[in-house]
Design a protein around this ligand. Structure first.
Ligand code: ADP
Ligand code: MG
Length: 204
């Protein structure tokens, strides 16, 4: 994957999340404060704007710009968590011009580790980690980009759906107790949308 391809991928993710902004807000309204769709789509739109203004849009610059847009443009605890995902891998991309599926696996694994160090959520806590962790594992087990994104998208969708029957142990929803049951976690749903957008990009 080249820098151009990465920028295209992030743009597709941003578009998919924007298209589902209201649905994500509704999921967050049920178990949080109703802003997740607006905040993540706004932050990804900001990332795209800043990527398009980069003088030297290298893989490193694109990854770091995305991290900063999420950290600064999203705000709150979740902005820090989503931003950390990209921030963790950025250093690995210095002076790299092309990445393989194995390289991307390392980036995703570093991002997931960063998210878990920062937010302390594990699988089963009803957070975005329930979609991200299985997606990263499925991505790692594949052999090339198309099959990796496809497998990751499937795993993320299943993981997001699995949050429906969970009690929340992190985030705002943890104060709801059993009232969180029956609702899919918005962050997990956003992760599933982003992997779905990547899978679609590679299916063409
Ligand atoms: P906020 O809760 O500040 O309004 P958002 O609505 O943007 O933030 O994001 C909520 C999402 O953040 C949740 O659906 C969940 O997936 C994710 N989240 C919350 N806390 C954590 C955590 N400790 N670790 C990982 N993800 C988390
Ligand atoms: Mg919210």
């Amino acid at each position: 994957m080249t820098a151009d391809e990465l920028a295209d991928l992030i743009e597709r993710m941003a578009e998919r999340v924007l298209a589902e902004r209201e649905a994500l807000n509704r999921l967050d309204a049920a178990i949080g404060d109703g802003d997740h769709g607006s905040s993540i789509s706004g932050a990804l739109a900001l990332a795209m704007q800043e990527i398009n203004m980069l003088e030297e849009p290298s893989l490193h610059a694109i990854w770091l710009t995305t991290a900063k847009a999420l950290l600064n443009g999203m705000g709150g605890a979740s902005g820090a968590i989503f931003g950390t995902f990209f921030l963790k891998g950025a250093a690995q991309l210095k002076d790299v011009e092309r990445i393989s599926q194995a390289d991307m696996t390392e980036l995703l694994q570093a991002g997931l580790a960063g998210v878990q160090a920062r937010g302390r959520a594990t699988v089963g806590d009803k957070t975005m980690v329930d979609a991200l962790a299985p997606a990263v594992a499925a991505f790692a087990a594949a052999v090339d980009f198309p099959s990796a994104w496809r497998a990751a998208a499937g795993a993320a969708a299943t993981g997001a759906e699995s949050t429906r029957d969970m009690l929340a142990r992190q985030g705002r929803a943890k104060y709801l107790g059993e009232r969180a049951l029956g609702h899919v976690d918005p962050g997990a749903s956003a992760i599933a949308l982003m992997f779905a957008a990547a899978a679609d990009a590679y299916a063409q």
